[in-house]
Every structure is written in structure tokens, then in C-alpha cells.
Design a protein around this ligand. Structure first.
Ligand code: OGA
Ligand code: MN
Length: 281
């Protein structure tokens, strides 16, 4: 089976055609998928019909499984699958409702954030015949390359401190149990991709508390400016979901954001799997 790549028109979000994840994938086909993925950081595989077991098996091709550490939104019987959904059953959420309305990279608040995440759509909300609940993806690698040289020099070598606790305290629904197990973490602000060697900007809208020796206001300003730059139109792909889409994103070379423009009875339900990663450097 040979795959075909349909470019998105932008720098990421290319579609991979000719893959059926319900069937075994040969090593050479997987190598082609992985190469396309590493090259652009976010790829889309549409029209899939896969079970949780098949999603987990495909995810394992990328590496060890990781699981989401906060809250309890695993699919019953499948610890490796995080349910992302706005659906309530017996008045209780079946999954994580707010999986990231602000620009972020998954689990940046951990010592060893995941290499990549795979999100498979089972239910997609619609309005007037159009799908809603899109997700935006931005390339932190191309954004780095497009910085002025003086800015690259200024940022290289800086460390940033990220705090999940401070962020969680601002969330009102209190669904995420957050205890002292989430100490602040320090990562390089410019990190090197472990496979491609590319430099990538690494920070988050909600979590980044301190950059280098800047004070709070200066940190806020720099983080704001960098995220504005990363998320400018030329670095972004907007994914409009259909049932059966699998989107795979790299948590080093991209960031993403969910557009929360739907509400029950418009239902959205997705299954996320996550691949472990190493300590950023
Ligand atoms: C996630 C996430 C975005 C979305 O699952 O990590 O950010 O649109 N999801 O659901
Ligand atoms: Mn996310």
C-alpha cells in the first residue's frame, strides 16, 4: 500500500490518503506516514472506522503510550484513551469538556511531555449543515524559522517556568483534581525537535509563568507576542472535523486550540491517545 499526501495549502495539516487503519499497516507504509508527520507536525487521515483497540495499536507504532494525568476522563476499560466530549450521561460529563480553548501543546506542564497526540472523531457538532467545533494547529517550528535573527539570538538559551496549578486555579468548574503532584516545570523556551533537529518555540498561553529573568509583566508581554507570532495565519491550519477523522499532532513542533462554538444538544465526542516523549532540550 503506498500513501499519497494531499498538501493543505499551508505549512501543516497535510492529508494522508490511501490508509485504512482498521487493517494492518506495513512497516514501510508506517515509515511513510511517520515521515510525512515529522516533516509537517500535523497530519490528517480521514474516513477511518476504528475501534479503541485499533486506535491504541496504531498509536503504539509511534512509541510508548502516555495517559492524561489530571482528572478521570479515560474511556471505561481503556486507560490509554482520553475521552474529549461535551456529552453528559446521567448529568455527568463522559469526558473532558474543555480540552484546550487557549493555544497549548499537550501536557507541557509535565517533565516529559508527550511526543504526539492522536484525536479520532466519533461525533461532530453541526450548525446549519456546517460542522463546527474546529481545531486550529500552528507550526512552532516554522514560526521559529520566521523570527528575525535578533529575536532568535535573544530567545536561545532562555528557560521558561510553567505552572499547571496556577492555571487550574483559574478554572471555575473544578473538575480537574489538582494537587501538589503538579509542581512547576522548567523547559527551554526554544527546544530542539528530537527527530528532525529543528528548533521550536515552546510555551503556552495559560501555563507559562516566567521566562528567563523577566518580571511577570515582561513575561506576559513576551509570551503574548510570541504566541501572536506563532498563531499568525501563515503558520496555522484550521481543521474542520468529519466523523472518522484521525488527526495526529506533534507536541514539540506544533501547538493547537479548540474552537468552542457549540453547545448541547450539539454533541461532540472524540477519543485521544497520547505517545510518551522525552525531556525537552
Ligand atoms: C486535545 C485538544 C482539541 C479539540 O485533545 O488535546 O486540545 O478540538 N483537543 O478537542
Ligand atoms: Mn490539547
Amino acid at each position: 500500500m503506498s500513501i499519497e499526501i494531499r498538501p493543505s495549502g499551508g505549512v501543516l495539516g497535510h492529508e494522508i490518503l490511501g490508509v485504512d487503519l482498521a487493517r494492518p499497516i506495513s512497516d514501510s507504509t508506517f515509515a511513510d506516514i511517520e515521515k510525512a508527520f515529522n516533516d509537517c507536525g500535523t497530519v490528517v487521515i480521514r474516513g477511518q472506522k476504528i475501534t479503541p483497540e485499533q486506535q491504541i495499536a496504531f498509536t503504539r507504532r509511534f512509541g510508548e503510550l502516555d495517559s492524561y494525568p489530571a482528572g478521570n476522563f479515560a474511556l471505561p476499560g481503556h486507560d490509554a484513551i482520553l475521552v474529549v466530549s461535551n456529552i453528559l450521561e446521567n448529568g455527568k460529563p463522559i469526558g473532558m469538556i474543555d480540552a484546550g480553548r487557549n493555544w497549548h501543546s499537550d501536557m507541557l506542564f509535565t517533565e516529559k511531555p508527550p511526543r504526539c497526540s492522536l484525536l479520532y472523531s466519533l461525533e461532530v457538532p453541526h450548525q446549519e449543515g456546517q460542522s463546527i467545533g474546529d481545531t486550529l494547529f500552528a507550526s512552532t517550528a516554522v514560526a521559529y524559522d520566521n523570527l528575525p535573527e535578533s529575536m532568535k539570538t535573544r530567545l536561545n538559551g532562555l528557560k521558561a517556568r510553567h505552572s499547571f496549578r496556577t492555571y487550574a486555579a483559574t478554572k471555575s468548574d473544578g473538575r480537574e483534581k489538582v494537587g501538589d503532584e503538579f509542581a512547576d516545570v522548567i523547559h527551554p523556551l526554544v527546544r530542539t525537535h528530537p527527530i528532525t533537529g529543528r528548533k521550536c518555540l515552546y510555551l503556552s498561553h495559560s501555563l507559562t509563568q516566567k521566562i528567563g529573568d523577566l518580571d511577570q509583566a515582561q513575561t506576559r508581554q513576551l509570551a503574548h507576542d510570541l504566541i501572536e507570532h506563532i498563531t499568525s495565519e501563515r503558520h496555522v491550519y484550521r481543521h474542520s472535523w468529519r466523523v472518522g477523522d484521525l488527526v495526529i499532532w506533534d507536541n514539540c513542533s506544533t501547538m493547537h486550540r479548540a474552537i468552542f462554538d457549540y453547545a448541547l444538544p450539539q454533541r461532540r465526542r472524540m477519543h485521544r491517545t497520547t505517545v510518551a516523549g522525552g525531556r525537552p532540550f
